[in-house]
Design a protein around this ligand. Sequence first.
Ligand SMILES: [Zn+2]
Length: 91
Amino acid sequence: MRIVCPFCGERELGEFSYLGDAKSVRPVAGASQDEVYDYVYLRDNIAGVTSENWYHGGGCRAWLKISRNTLTHEISSVEPAAGAGAKQVAK
Ligand SMILES: [Zn+2]
């Protein structure tokens, strides 16, 4: 699998680290113990397109949000993660 980083271009998978589901939302302060447990320990095992956080540690060190089909590994979009402090380079 190869990933096209918006800053570095197409790179091999070994330069990136998978950092989890990009759709999970941190519970608000005062949330129940069950909500916190679900956020920390429980994950959906989606067969299809999912949104994931990746880190380009072997390159620009940017956090990326990637839409990937877990069945085919086809990547449909790659963009800088929100709050990562970087904006996509205009082409
Ligand atoms: Zn990069």
